[in-house]
Design a protein around this ligand. Structure first.
Ligand SMILES: [Zn+2]
Length: 634
């Protein structure tokens, strides 16, 4: 455990005169304060959340290191998120030693900012101090962590599906080849010994992880002896690739077994026990409430307007008697424009001059539709489906925020008689997160809609089947948002070839997801090895993003009129751009800044002070030595 400095004890000085003693104590106290509190160097290192070649823009985690004049370092982690998709193998290796971290500040509950906290606290020898966030971030984040521990939001559920399918294929192939090889060969010469332990079901695989039922199927429902030669050849090929079969000698390989030849994917990163430990370290703080992290470091969360509880964090480091060096980390920022702000607009107090902005750029280069337009667009899609007497519209969505926003919009559209029918929510995680959003939203109508038990209902088991026979029009909101897991896969298996059903994907669909294929117009998709023909109409809804767009980002950084008040301090501020695709949104945002400068816009930090941090590269934000050099030059 890290040692805190002992509280100051007044020295005795028995032989000194009282007035001299007072002076001595005062000077000692001053020295002690300075010695203990002032920082002479502040550095920034990003371990994720920066886009680039090796990783996606998920996995947000950054280290702020502040070094005192005594050489003592205070190490702060800003977000500790999970890599999702590209770069997820990095989740296995912690970039910092948990025991060397003093505090963690969490901006919001999305897993790519919050999802690895259990790895910090799981070991006894690990992290010992505090995790700071807003109360709502903790409420929502804990639900997310528990879910992640169960199903593996980091993508392992997907791996398990692939694994289960491969095992099924291998089992089928073993039966086919074994049967074919044995044709006409007397039983006692059928390589009986060699087959031991190969074709048999591994009992541990009877019920796969995450409830994947592995069935002992007969291939395609056909008797094996009816299969064409090409199918038998294909099976031999597969078994050869898996190391079960030697094509040259046409025989099974000794000692091959399903367990050995097809290794199971790695288990989840943490379990529920690990998640429960996190709570012990959490300290919550309301928006706008200053709190002291360590002597000489003050922190405040300000509403980021992105999701319920989301915050930007401002950190003030004492660098001398009069001044502080102020760092702002934006986390993910919400939107400034339009009239609809369920969680309030992003807000920063005017009195804080920022010396280093660390800024997300997810939507650099993009201008969003206002949410009002997005709701109109959703209304148009629903109205068309309803008028054409379609049976159902199925909308896959993310559990946090997006699900709540969509439900609110659907309820409003139903009130305005765009359709008559049922709104059904088929997502256990979605309902939990929607309740959090409903309880803590700033917008009253939004809150009322979500908490209204009669406005929509939670799906029952039987709701997924028989939609084509339904008499009422149904809108089903389900997970996951890009169809890379969750109940939407069941719906797609059942209805992708049904022209009476429609699907609507909300927002950005990243490459490699089924959501991306469908919204790009693919007429055939593959889920769990099943090839599906797409007859159902697929819509793509725009404008539901909870992120700031380029104009919003600029305004938040520029600080409106406040930046002018901070004048040169603002011009000299450093700007670190994170959370964007390096070659796309981040570059686009840099170009946007340059354009604003050319247009004569004030309040933009100098271009030489704009940085795009690389993975694990340490940038010096502040150095007392550097400051002295600057002073001498003046
Ligand atoms: Zn977020």
């Amino acid at each position: 455990m890290k040692k805190r400095l002992k509280p100051f004890v007044e020295p005795e000085f028995p032989s000194v005169k009282p007035e001299v003693k007072q002076e001595l104590i005062a000077s000692l106290e001053a020295t002690r304060q300075k010695w203990r509190d002032f920082f002479e160097k502040i550095t920034w290192t990003s371990f994720g959340g920066i886009g680039g070649e090796d990783t996606s823009l998920t996995g947000s985690k950054h280290l702020l290191e502040a070094i005192r004049e005594t050489g003592e370092a205070v190490r702060l982690l800003l977000d500790f998120g999970m890599f999702q998709g590209k770069g997820k193998e990095r989740n296995q290796i912690l970039p910092v030693k948990p025991s060397t971290i003093d505090h963690v500040l969490e901006t919001h509950a999305h897993l790519d900012h919050f999802g690895l906290l259990p790895l910090l606290t799981k070991d006894e020898e690990g992290f010992t101090w505090e995790i700071h966030c807003t109360p709502v971030t903790w409420e929502s984040g804990l639900i997310g962590l528990k879910d992640s521990a169960k199903i593996g939001e980091d993508g392992y559920d997907e791996d398990y599906r692939k694994y289960a399918k491969l095992i099924r294929d291998a089992q089928g192939a073993i039966r086919i080849v074994r049967n074919a090889d044995s044709k006409g060969i007397p039983k006692n010469k059928r390589n009986g010994d060699r087959m031991k332990g190969t074709g048999e079901l591994d009992p541990s695989l009877g019920e796969g992880k995450d409830g994947v039922k592995i069935k002992n199927r007969i291939h395609g429902g056909k008797a094996i002896h009816d299969l064409p030669e090409s199918k038998i050849q294909q099976s031999r090929q597969l078994l050869s690739e898996l190391g079960f079969y030697d094509l040259e000698t046409s025989s099974f390989i000794n000692g091959a077994s399903i367990k050995k030849n097809i290794p199971a994917p790695k288990k989840n990163l943490y379990d529920l026990k690990d998640v429960n430990k996190v709570e012990y370290f959490v300290q919550t703080h309301k928006y706008d409430e200053k709190f002291e992290l360590e002597p000489g470091i003050e922190a405040t969360f300000y509403n980021a307007g992105h999701i319920a509880g989301s915050a930007m964090v401002v950190l003030k480091f004492k660098v001398d008697d009069q001044s502080t060096y102020n760092v702002m980390f934006s986390g993910d920022l919400g939107r400034l424009r339009g009239d609809f702000h369920p969680y309030g607009k992003p807000r920063l107090p005017p009195e804080v001059p920022i010396d280093a902005f660390v800024h997300e750029t997810t939507y650099g280069g993009k201008v969003h539709w206002e949410r009002e337009f997005a709701i109109d667009d959703l209304g148009r899609v629903i109205r068309e489906a309803y008028m054409k007497r379609k049976k159902a519209l199925i909308i896959p969505t993310f559990a946090i925020e997006r699900c709540a926003s969509l439900l609110h919009a659907l309820i409003e559209l139903k009130k305005q008689e765009y359709f008559d029918g049922e709104i059904i929510l088929d997502s256990p995680l979605g309902i939990q997160q929607t309740m959090v959003a409903g309880r803590h939203a700033e917008d009253e109508a939004f809150s009322e809609n979500l908490m209204n038990k009669h406005a929509y209902r939670v799906a029952k088991g039987e709701d997924r089947e028989g939609l084509e026979r339904s008499k009422k029009f149904r809108i089903i909101v389900t997970g996951s948002g890009m169809a890379n897991g969750g109940p939407i896969l069941d719906y797609l298996k059942l209805y992708s070839n049904n022209p009476d059903i429609e699907f609507a994907f909300a927002g950005y669909q990243s490459e490699g997801t089924i959501g991306n294929e469908l919204t790009s117009g693919y007429k055939s998709i593959t889920i769990d090895g099943l090839k599906l023909h797409v007859e159902a109409k697929v819509n793509n809804l725009m404008g539901f993003s909870a992120h700031a767009d380029e104009r919003d980002l600029f305004e938040i950084m520029e600080y409106g009129s406040r930046s002018r008040r901070h004048g040169e301090r603002h011009r000299n501020a450093k700007l670190l751009l994170v959370h964007g695709e390096r070659d796309k949104s981040t570059t686009a945002y840099v170009n946007y800044l340059k354009r604003r400068v050319r247009e004569g816009k004030r309040g933009v930090p100098k271009m030489e002070n704009v940085f795009l941090p690389n993975l694990e590269e340490t940038l010096v934000l502040y150095s007392a030595a550097g400051k002295e050099v600057e002073k001498k030059e003046e």
